[in-house]
Ligand binder design. Structure first.
Ligand code: ZN
Ligand code: ZN
Length: 236
């Protein structure tokens, strides 16, 4: 019996959509639940990959208004009610196993794009150490590691740290968010001289967190920054 099968028996997986325990983890999601997920589709923003209302413009409002430090990014799922509940349990109810389904879907839908980035490393959006201790894991780190393993790209979690415990971003205006993010991230070392990296996060809202991280990475000599997010809201 493989180690994965033993782990499956010891820790049965749950469906990331309905949270039901899957009888035997042959699949990572109930077949009935797959149809409840909404995928990002065209037209997409040429820069951040957000789903747009129409294809009259190439870029979403955020990418038109702000300087972007990343080259390009994509997300897989539309951040609708189903995905909101799923990611909530993933972050706050210890459903770490969801990362397998999430990463598998990311690689299935964006494998070609990820390969074309030719990245030297994947860097997950870090949590502040205090929040990490409280939660016991970094949800973006779990997804990043699963993607890295599947795509054979090293994950460098230690390279970026979060110094400021930013407040709940959803309660702030865009300007407040951006001020709050300043000096939130610090790169600790670039010893292997990384040129191209992919940032991984769970949810993309305004893109300000990923943009700020991209700025810091570029400032530290990384030339090309791309990102992959699990879910993003549509451009409105
Ligand atoms: Zn289900
Ligand atoms: Zn955009």
């Amino acid at each position: 019996m493989s180690i994965n099968k033993i782990l499956d028996l010891l820790y049965p997986g749950r469906c990331p959509v309905c949270d039901r325990i899957l009888a035997y983890r042959e699949t990572l999601v109930c077949p009935d639940c797959i149809g409840k997920l909404a995928y990002i589709k065209e037209p997409k923003c040429m820069k951040c990959g957000k789903q747009m209302m129409d294809n009259e413009t190439e870029y979403c409002a955020g990418c038109r208004d702000k300087r972007r430090y990343f080259r390009k990014g994509f997300s897989v799922f539309l951040y609708n009610d189903v995905m909101k509940k799923s990611i909530y349990r993933f972050k706050y109810a210890n459903r770490r196993e969801y990362s397998r389904f999430y990463a598998e879907t990311v690689c299935r839908c964006l494998g070609k794009e990820i390969r074309e980035f030719c990245a030297d490393a994947i860097i997950p959006v870090p949590l502040h150490p205090k929040r990490f201790r409280k939660r016991g894991y970094n949800q973006a780190g779990l997804i990043a590691n699963e993607i890295g393993r599947r795509m054979n790209i090293p994950v460098r979690e230690e390279i970026l740290i979060r110094e400021r415990n930013t407040k709940a971003l959803k309660l702030m205006t865009l300007t407040e968010r951006e001020n709050n993010l300043k000096k939130a991230f610090k790169m600790v070392k670039n010893d292997v001289k990384l040129n191209t990296v992919i940032i991984v996060d769970d949810i993309l809202t305004t893109g300000s967190t990923i943009n700020e991280i991209s700025r810091v990475l570029r400032e530290n000599g990384i030339k090309n920054v791309y990102f992959v997010a699990l879910a993003s809201g549509a451009d409105v």
